[in-house]
Design a protein around this ligand. Structure first.
Ligand SMILES: [Fe+2]
Length: 167
């Protein structure tokens, strides 16, 4: 991304990408059964302000107080993009905007990966809340397509899912 958009401060974007969710260390705890649950501070504040506090504390301990810390904290404050998604503010720097786009891309791609695990090839998923209630289609790879057409399933009734077309 930084080699295409050369005005981006690559060092800042990499630092922000590495640290944007650092507050989750405090926001979440792992139960005895290995499941994640929210801590009290996690529920009261969320990982974004907690992360900013952590950066602030680390900078103070290192005796660093500069514009770059402020910009890094802004990236963290804005990484969810909009108030309705938990952002403290909207992105006001190119790096904060780039981080929000990358974080959103990552979250959406995860939803596809997750849905693909439970949807057969050539079929549609149910509505996915995290994708604005979109129904997604799981394409088939070449091997799956061959198997599908060999099986003769293409003539069978489906549950309303997709119709496969030969490439
Ligand atoms: Fe986050």
């Amino acid at each position: 991304m930084c080699s295409v958009y050369t005005d981006l401060d690559a060092e800042m974007l990499i630092a922000a990408a590495a640290l944007h969710d650092i507050g989750k260390i405090v926001e979440l705890k792992t139960t005895m059964t290995g499941e994640a649950d929210y801590t009290i501070d996690g529920r009261l504040f969320g990982h974004t302000p907690i992360g900013i506090q952590m950066i602030e504390k680390a900078a103070e301990e290192l005796g660093v107080k500069c514009e770059r810390i402020r910009l890094l904290e802004h990236c963290i404050a804005a990484h969810h993009g909009k108030a309705e998604y938990g952002a403290i503010t909207v992105p006001a720097t190119a790096e904060a905007q780039a981080l929000n786009i990358l974080d959103t891309l990552d979250a959406k791609m995860y939803q596809f990966e997750d849905a693909y695990r439970s949807v057969d090839c050539g079929m549609l998923s149910g509505k996915i809340f995290a994708l604005d209630n979109t129904t997604i289609y799981r394409p088939c790879d070449e091997k799956e397509l061959e198997k599908y057409f060999e099986s003769g399933e293409q003539n069978a009734e489906t549950d309303g899912g997709g119709t496969l077309y030969e490439a």
